[in-house]
Design a protein around this ligand. Sequence first.
Ligand SMILES: *[C@@H]1O[C@H](CO)[C@@H](O)[C@H](O)[C@H]1NC(C)=O
Ligand SMILES: *[C@@H]1O[C@H](CO)[C@@H](O)[C@H](O)[C@H]1NC(C)=O
Ligand SMILES: *[C@@H]1O[C@H](CO)[C@@H](O)[C@H](O)[C@H]1NC(C)=O
Length: 195
Amino acid sequence: MSPLVWLAVALSLSSTIVAGGDCPGAHRNITMEAACREACGTATAAAGEPMYQVCMHALGDDYRAGAVKEAYLFPYDAAWKAALSYELTAGWAQVVLMNGSLSGNEKAAYGLVAGGSYREAHAAMEKVTPRLPDLPPDCGLDLGVGDEYRTALRDVGACRDRLAKLPPSSLLPMVEKDYNLTLLAYLLGKLVGIK
Ligand SMILES: *[C@@H]1O[C@H](CO)[C@@H](O)[C@H](O)[C@H]1NC(C)=O
Ligand SMILES: *[C@@H]1O[C@H](CO)[C@@H](O)[C@H](O)[C@H]1NC(C)=O
Ligand SMILES: *[C@@H]1O[C@H](CO)[C@@H](O)[C@H](O)[C@H]1NC(C)=O
């Protein structure tokens, strides 16, 4: 082997190793706690770190402490949870709208949750979920769904900001929870290399 060929081989090997470090792989088995730490970027998982708490709480609904699963299952689970939660929230907004007691800005804000923005956010998350389970085990794959998460975050975030300016409502905490779930789903997407 000539030095140049050797150099080429060595370089390609080292770049493989670096890429491997960047994309941890969807099919490794990890615990729920490790998934939350990795998603929230808190190596020490300080007990007070709010998104870590949101993560443990959301995943804890479905998995027991210490549960070991394939990494992609955590973002998959969170994306489903977010989509389902949008449906419940939109349903409640619809119930209140049909009651006919709202007007003006409140009616408009509820309308965005019952239809427009939330429908778009839901459609975005529905594009994400089917992509997550079928990941090949290799890294560096761009699933191309980062934009979908960002669409959902923008839509739900806009509804939250709008409701937050209005008199306190039963809808606001529901929308805040939806925003947290959306952010969590996006952060857990880091486990499968989503940017
Ligand atoms: C993860 O665990 C499952 C069984 O629960 C096993 O079939 C699979 O091979 C494991 N994957 C890896 C990458 O170790
Ligand atoms: C329906 O409207 C009445 C008054 O118009 C109000 O007291 C009640 O709380 C409303 N219910 C809901 C679910 O918004
Ligand atoms: C949303 O997450 C924040 C932390 O990022 C937390 O302080 C807040 O209580 C959460 N809200 C809901 C409704 O879950």
